[in-house]
Write a protein that binds this ligand. Structure first.
Ligand code: GUN
Length: 292
C-alpha cells in the first residue's frame, strides 16, 4: 500500500510554480494575480479562502481578497464580478461557494469572464473540459488527476466509481476519468443519492473516488483488494482536544481500508492541499494566456 501524499506533491507543485514566478520577475514581467471573493462568514469558507491567499503570498503571486457581507444582494455581487472581469491587473478570480440563499449561484458563475475563470465553473469551460478542449479544469478534480499521474497510478481500462455528483467534484471527475489519455481511459460509474445497490457497485471498483461528505462512509468490507482509494471528504467534527475545537474527517475509514488498498489518500494531507496547488496552477496558466 502506498499513501498518495498530497501535502508533499502540492509542495512540489508550489515550488515549481514559484520557480516560474521567479523567471517572470527576472524577465521584468508582471506576476500572476489571483482574486478571491468571499460573501458572508461561513467558517469553512473563511479557512479555505485564507489558505488560498496565503499560498499566493508564499509562491510570489499577487492576491486580492474581496470580503462582502452575508447580506450582499445578487446585483451587488454581479457588479463586483463585472469590476474584476474588467480589471486588467487581475488574471483570474474565484467566487467562493456556497453563496447565501438570496444569490442565484448559476447567474454568478455565468457572469465570470471565462478567460479569468480559474475555478473552471463557467459553462463554457465546463463544456470545453467535456469536449477535451484546452481549458481551466476545476481545481479538486485537477488535483486528483495530478496525484494519480505523479504516483504513476494505472487508470486505463479500470472501473472508476465516483461517489457524489456535485458540480465541483463528482460530475467533473466522472468526465475526466473517462476522457481519452492518462489519467483517464477509465470506465466510469457516477453514483449518487438515488443509486441502487451502491455497495455492490463500489465492491466492483478498481478506483473509488468518494466525494460524499459522510465521515467513515467507506469501510474495508466494501472495497476490493488492491483498490485505489481517493478520499475527497472534508467534514468538520467537534473535537475539544484541538485548539480550534474541531478536526477534519474524510469519507474513508482510513485505518482499515488502507490495509486493503494499493494506493490511498489520507485526510488531511491528501486531496485538500492539491486543490490549492491546482488553483495556483490555473492562475499561472491564466497569466500566460493573457501575456500571449
Ligand atoms: N467551495 C468548495 N470548493 C470550492 C472550490 O473549489 N471553489 C470555489 N469557488 N468554492 C468552493
Amino acid at each position: 500500500m502506498e499513501v498518495l501524499d498530497g501535502k508533499k506533491v502540492s509542495n512540489d507543485i508550489k515550488n515549481e510554480i514559484a520557480d516560474e514566478v521567479q523567471k517572470m520577475k527576472d524577465r521584468g514581467e508582471k506576476v500572476p494575480h489571483l482574486a478571491a471573493v468571499l460573501v458572508g462568514n461561513d467558517g469553512a469558507s473563511l479557512t479555505y479562502v485564507g489558505s488560498k491567499v496565503k499560498a499566493c503570498e508564499r509562491i510570489g503571486f499577487e492576491s486580492t481578497l474581496v470580503k462582502m457581507p452575508s447580506t450582499t444582494s445578487e446585483v451587488e455581487l454581479l457588479a463586483k464580478i463585472k469590476e474584476l472581469n474588467e480589471d486588467s491587473n487581475i488574471d483570474g478570480f474565484i467566487v467562493q461557494l456556497p453563496l447565501p440563499p438570496q444569490i442565484d449561484t448559476q447567474k454568478v458563475l455565468l457572469a465570470v469572464d471565462p478567460d479569468k475563470d480559474v475555478d473552471g465553473f463557467h459553462p463554457m469551460n465546463f463544456g470545453k473540459m467535456a469536449l477535451d478542449m484546452s481549458t481551466f479544469i476545476p481545481a479538486t478534480p485537477f488535483g486528483i488527476l495530478e496525484l494519480l499521474e505523479r504516483y504513476n497510478v494505472d487508470t486505463k481500462g479500470k472501473h472508476t466509481v465516483v461517489i457524489g455528483r456535485s458540480h465541483i467534484v463528482g460530475r467533473p471527475m466522472s468526465i475526466l476519468m473517462g476522457r481519452k489519455g492518462w489519467p483517464g481511459n477509465s470506465t466510469v460509474t457516477l453514483t449518487h443519492s438515488h443509486t441502487k445497490n451502491i455497495t455492490q457497485i463500489i465492491s466492483q471498483a478498481d478506483i473509488v473516488i468518494s466525494a460524499l461528505g459522510v465521515p467513515n462512509f467507506l469501510k474495508a468490507e466494501m472495497v476490493k483488494d488492491d483498490a485505489v482509494i481517493i478520499d475527497v471528504g472534508i467534514t468538520r467534527v467537534v473535537d475539544d482536544s484541538r485548539e480550534r475545537g474541531y478536526r477534519i474527517v474524510g469519507d474513508v475509514d482510513f485505518e482499515n481500508v488502507s490495509k486493503k488498498a494499493s494506493f490511498i489518500t489520507p485526510v488531511p494531507g491528501g486531496v485538500g492541499p492539491m486543490t490549492i496547488a491546482m488553483l495556483l496552477k490555473n492562475t499561472l496558466l491564466a497569466r500566460e494566456r493573457h501575456r500571449n
